[in-house]
Write a protein that binds this ligand. Structure first.
Ligand SMILES: Nc1ncnc2c1ncn2[C@@H]1O[C@H](COP(=O)(O)OP(=O)(O)OP(=O)(O)O)[C@@H](O)[C@H]1O
Ligand SMILES: [Mg+2]
Length: 232
């Protein structure tokens, strides 16, 4: 793969928490190298606490690496200022958080449309509301459009969070355990939807999952252990 084809390029990326503080630092990632080409699907598996969420946070510009080079969609994330990072997150990345972070006072459809609020011109474009309803239908939630998160099951909330991450057709979807709260069938369906969208919209997908079954349906799987990405 040429460097130019790589949507994600990590070189010797390390991450420690608590560096310079009065406690012993936690070293989580240790000189991780990673290349992901545009349109590829990647699964990251590994034990709890191995640093999977930390890695996704770095890829999604929610946190900074302690050292190393982080290139995503042609940007050197270590060289960007806050405004550039915010624009990058808004326009390029869809993020499905391990805890879903839905807004309790908004309905399902409103929650899905939240990422568009920063750009009012997009909200008046009815096509995005159609996309919201179509995607909610595809995850089996067309009968829950006006419910609030408090009126949904854990798995239903998780599906709303996935649709919210997809609404802007991100170039890169980072999904942290997107099917963790789902039963086997719902997990298969949602995993299938992510892989379909990867093909339909050429959306690169990096997914943390405990489901080996789902991981095996992606193009590539890495196991994160000892701070490094290892072959399964
Ligand atoms: N903000 C933080 N400050 C200090 N330590 C942190 C912070 N975030 C994560 N850690 C530590 O880094 C390690 C890796 O955490 P991380 O959340 O990346 O693991 P994970 O692989 O996603 O685990 P899980 O499967 O349980 O979600 C853990 O030991 C955790 O305690
Ligand atoms: Mg995690």
């Amino acid at each position: 793969m040429d460097q130019e084809d790589a949507l994600i390029l990590l070189e010797k990326v390390s991450k420690s928490y608590g560096e310079g503080e009065n406690v012993a630092p936690t070293h989580v990632l240790s000189e991780v190298d990673l290349k992901v080409s545009s349109g590829q699907t990647l699964a990251i598996v590994g034990p709890s606490g191995s640093g999977k969420s930390s890695l996704l946070n770095i890829l999604g510009a929610l946190d900074q690496a302690t050292s190393g080079k982080v290139m995503v969609a042609g940007r050197d994330l270590n060289a960007c200022n806050e405004a550039e990072l915010a624009a990058f997150r808004r326009t390029t990345i869809g993020f499905v958080f391990q805890s879903h972070h839905l807004l309790p006072q908004l309905s399902v459809v409103e929650n899905v449309l939240v990422p568009l609020l920063a750009e009012p011109s997009l909200v008046t474009d009815g096509s995005l509301e159609n996309r919201a309803e179509q995607l909610l239908d595809r995850v089996g939630l067309s009968h829950r459009l006006d419910h609030r998160p408090g009126q949904l099951s854990g798995g239903e909330r998780q599906r709303v969070a996935v649709v919210r991450a997809l609404i802007r057709q991100p170039q890169l979807l980072l999904a942290d355990e997107p099917t963790g709260a789902l039963d086997h069938q719902a997990s298969e369906n949602l995993g299938g939807l992510l892989l379909e969208l990867n093909r339909e919209e050429n959306m690169t997908l990096v997914m943390v999952t405990h489901s080996r079954e789902l991981a095996e349906r992606t193009d590539k799987m890495w196991v994160l252990k000892g701070g490094q990405l290892c072959a399964p």
